[in-house]
Design a protein around this ligand. Sequence first.
Ligand code: MF3
Ligand code: CO
Ligand code: CO
Length: 286
Amino acid sequence: MSRMSRAVVDVDGTKKPVPIWGPEAFEGMRAAGRLAAMTLDHITPMVRPGVSTGELDREIERFMRAHGGIPATIGYPHRDQPDNPFPAASCISVNHVVNHGIPSFAKKLKEGDTLNIDVTVILDGWYGDTSRMFIVGRPEKVPVKARRLIEVTYEAMWAGIRAVRPGATLGDVGYAIQKVAETNRFSVVRDFVGHGIGRKFHDAPEVRHFGKPGEGLVLEPGMFFTIEPMINAGRAEVKILADGWTAVTRDREPSAQFEHTVGVTEDGVEVFTLSPAGFEKPPYPI
Ligand code: MF3
Ligand code: CO
Ligand code: CO
């Protein structure tokens, strides 16, 4: 199914091979990525004042299963808490929550909130992983800084995606993202990274959203990974809440994130998780 190439040294010092995938894998990833993106499209009109993040999650799970998918995050093991698997079909991260927000029927959205919804679906064994930002209610009720953060984070993700081609490096990708964020006086979160993906949720390589041109893994056709920058309006530092999952900005300033799953092609990049509805960034035309 895949041939392994280019062992990379991971943060923990272990060497992990980066899978190189063929045409049938690209077909599988197109279908899984499309279902993940359709799930976000489907939930978009429900993102309104008064809805709870638990209700959004319930509909996300229903939609995935109705289309033959399995939510990859339900029961996903915690890095170092064996008795604390992730409990939901999505991560919903509101305002100063950086990522891994746990959906809850007690958490109701209010006008002016900004949020990231991150979904990962398994379809025929292939993983599609994508997230977008949303705003709640009228755009003019969202603080200007938070609106600008969303725009810059979207542009940063796309700068990273545009840097993907055979012969480019992951340092080139990280540098492109970091440059957009820091030129706009925002900061790149260092504690979470993008990841290889395919028939596993999280695989090699680790994809940093910062870096130096020419450094790191040399990209080859057939590599699959996510690009999912988390950008903070204030400082980059995060802390994890007592639930073991929810990451928040230490300074309580807002955070934003977008995520696509991509594959390296012979002449560039294919994005598997583009929105069939054309929903790219808020405000969405609903
Ligand atoms: N979808 C997230 C990512 O982009 C991972 C969520 S894992 C969970 O990698 F357990 F928090 F759901
Ligand atoms: Co991801
Ligand atoms: Co994700």
